[in-house]
Design a protein around this ligand. Structure first.
Ligand SMILES: Cc1ncc(C[n+]2csc(CCOP(=O)(O)OP(=O)(O)O)c2C)c(N)n1
Length: 647
């Protein structure tokens, strides 16, 4: 029995001695490592904040005080301390607790995220609401140095400095985003990381001076003035001071007492205060500490070695890998091709492009908006940017897609990875919306390959297309296992591919759903139903001829791995409606709700998007079409009997 077993909530850690707290920290680490070895998850970030989390819960009284975690992937120690110890083994499992913070899980989860850089803005909102309602609790945002590369974080800092409400921002600086952090702010933080803590020394002097009666305050003011002129030379954190924050630090984030002292000081100072805490990502688990991403995210692994548990047999390559290799190959004799990532060189596979062509690769940090506008500039400057961003994170750059790329009709290629269900990361990360949000922008071509080989063709097609922006969406994980053909081919824009002839019902599928549609057609054939299967390839422009020809059969099913609202099926219905050719149609896609974490195959089945579901939908539209037809026939017969020409 350890300390952790007795902890039901943060109040239970308050009586522990410094030594006991350190032992508790060790137990928290062990529990996290053991659990993530089985479940997979965000190990590195959580291991890095164990002591920081303890210090926060010791100095702040959650849930009255609001602790606002950025991203939320570092929330495992927080979960263990706030009543979720017994269910922690269900982390990220279907029906289990989330890998991020969830308001529905605990009153201690003041905020929920998944995307980076939101915490400061949210905390400023919490602080202002508190002030206006005359409440007195503390508000503290915890934000990583990676998240600080996101423009939104600076919008929050800027506003906080102006509003001047009491607010503590803890900068959890581990020098890492997922990959090593990038950019000028990172270089700045690295410089001040190495400086001794300045603030405490200065404050001690000031406090001592103020205690000398009469002369004290005046001398302190003079010291303040001297400090103002000197601080440009010596004070760490000037950037934050200029933004209206009091800067405290840097503090060793693995020393609970030191962090507590800094947090206490922050509460005393009042106004917006930034506490700069230095931590080590992956701390306490050697395979994480040594990993190039400091163990950001682990699949289930062998506890002893940290190595991923091997999957049996050879597996098809992941879409990301095929994209990355094709991009490198296409870049070889196309010097104008450049690659852009927003802090995800490994996740998007663009790291390979970096290795092949270091000068033509750009990691801009967690800055999707900048990535898109930067690419617009690159395109106008004569280059051919390929911007690889996950579907969910590209949402952040929506105005840039519309205003800066679509409107000027610029030839930027968007490689929209993780389009569709993503599994354990859950609702903040599902790639549900990109078809809907991209196809509504004029000038965009939006396509999705049915398999990893077609991805190669689409990438070449997109890079050689001169007509405007192109988005290629493809899912997380393995391809379908088709052989990769020779040279990538050029595909005709806006042309679908007939995969199976059929006369009773047509299934129009976008992406790998085409294979499920083929399996459905096979099952339908057993029942004597002849189903046509079309690989749509394009959500925009639609293959008008193929869609109208499909409608001729009188019964249609559309299938896509994305929300039903405003997606590919909607596009088909819009076309049919505008041509006056609507027929019974089942639009299969994700339901209109945020989709929790889960096992994608099971989720697809529950949405009726697996082969069985597609076959069911086909039978039902066919039945509807037949009953309509027979109703029409009987109506015509009735009309015929009563009509003037009746025999
Ligand atoms: C808008 C957005 N883009 C990309 C990501 C992917 N992502 C998740 S965590 C992370 C790194 C965050 O770095 P930092 O804030 O320093 O936290 P750390 O993991 O180092 O603790 C990134 C890029 C994201 N969550 N949100």
């Amino acid at each position: 029995m350890g300390w952790l077993d007795a902890i039901e909530g943060p109040e239970d850690i308050r009586g522990l001695s410094p030594r006991e707290l350190r032992e508790l920290a060790d137990e928290i680490r062990e529990t996290i490592i053991d659990t993530v070895a089985r479940t997979g998850g965000h190990l590195g970030a959580s291991l890095g904040v164990v002591e920081l989390t303890l210090a926060l819960h010791l100095e702040f009284q959650s849930p009255e005080d609001k602790i606002v975690w950025d991203v939320g992937h570092q929330g495992y120690p927080h979960k263990l301390l706030t009543g979720r110890r017994r269910v922690f083994h269900t982390l990220r499992q279907p029906g289990g607790i989330s890998g991020f913070l969830r308001r529905a899980e605990s009153p201690h989860d003041a905020w929920e995220a998944g995307h980076a850089s939101t915490a400061i803005s949210a905390a400023v909102g919490f602080a202002k609401a508190r002030d206006l309602r005359g409440e007195r609790h503390h508000v503290v945002a915890v934000v990583g140095d990676g998240a600080l590369t996101g423009g939104l974080a600076f919008e929050g800092l800027n506003n906080a400095g102006a509003l001047k409400s009491d607010l503590v921002v803890v900068l959890n600086d581990n020098s890492m985003s997922i990959a090593p952090n990038v950019g000028a702010i990172h270089a700045y933080l690295s410089r001040i990381r190495s400086l001794p803590s300045y603030r405490s020394l200065r404050d001690e002097v000031e406090r001592a001076l103020r205690h000398i009666p009469r002369v004290g305050p005046r001398v302190a003011e003079a010291v303040e003035r001297v400090k103002d002129s000197l601080k440009y030379l010596v004070l760490p954190g000037m950037l934050f001071e200029e933004l209206g924050f009091t800067y405290l630090g840097p503090v060793d984030g693995h020393n609970i007492q030191a962090v507590r002292e800094a947090l206490r000081q922050a509460k005393r100072v009042g106004g917006p205060v930034l506490v700069h805490v230095k931590t080590q990502k992956g701390r306490g688990f050697e395979p994480a500490e040594k990993a190039p991403d400091a163990g950001h995210s682990f699949k289930p692994f062998d506890r002893a070695t940290g190595r991923p548990l091997a999957k049996p047999g050879p597996r098809p390559p992941e879409y990301t890998k095929v994209f990355a290799e094709t991009l490198v190959a296409l870049g070889r004799d196309r010097p104008e091709v450049v690659a852009v990532t927003a802090a995800m060189p490994d996740g998007t596979g663009t790291q390979r492009f970096k290795e092949a062509y270091p000068d033509r690769f750009f990691d801009v940090g967690i800055a999707e908006q900048h990535a898109v506008v930067f690419a617009a500039g690159l395109a106008l400057g004569g280059l051919r940017p390929v911007v690889a961003i996950y579907s969910t994170f590209l949402q952040r750059a929506y105005d840039q897609l519309v205003h800066d790329v679509g409107r000027m009709n610029l030839p930027v290629v968007f490689a929209v990875d993780r389009a569709g269900l993503v599994g354990q990361d859950g609702d903040s990360h599902q790639g549900s919306f990109d078809i809907a949000y991209l196809r509504s922008i004029p000038n965009f071509v939006v396509m999705q390959p049915k398999d990893e080989d077609e991805l190669r063709h689409m990438l070449r097609t997109a890079i050689e297309y001169r007509g405007g922006p192109v988005a290629i969406r493809y899912p997380r994980g393995e391809g379908v296992g088709v052989p990769l053909s020779g040279e990538p081919e050029l595909l005709p824009i806006g042309r679908a591919e007939l995969l199976r002839a059929g006369e009773d019902v047509a299934i129009l599928a976008l992406g790998p759903a085409a294979y499920r549609a083929l399996a459905a057609a096979e099952a339908l054939a057993q029942d004597g139903v002849s189903a046509r299967v079309v690989n749509a390839r394009f959500a925009k422009p639609l293959d008008r001829e193929a869609v109208l020809a499909a409608a001729e059969l009188g019964a249609l099913v559309t299938v896509e791995d994305g929300t039903r609202l405003g997606g590919f099926g909607s596009a088909v219905l819009e076309l049919l409606a505008s041509e006056g050719r609507l027929v019974p149609t089942a639009v299969l896609g994700y339901p209109d709700r945020f989709i929790e974490h889960g096992e994608p195959a099971a989720q697809l089945a529950s949405f009726g998007l697996d082969a069985d579901g597609i076959a069911r939908a086909a039978r039902s539209v066919l039945a509807e079409a037949r009953s309509r037809r027979s109703a029409e026939v009987s109506a015509a017969a009735r009309d015929g009997q009563g009509g003037p020409g009746a025999a």
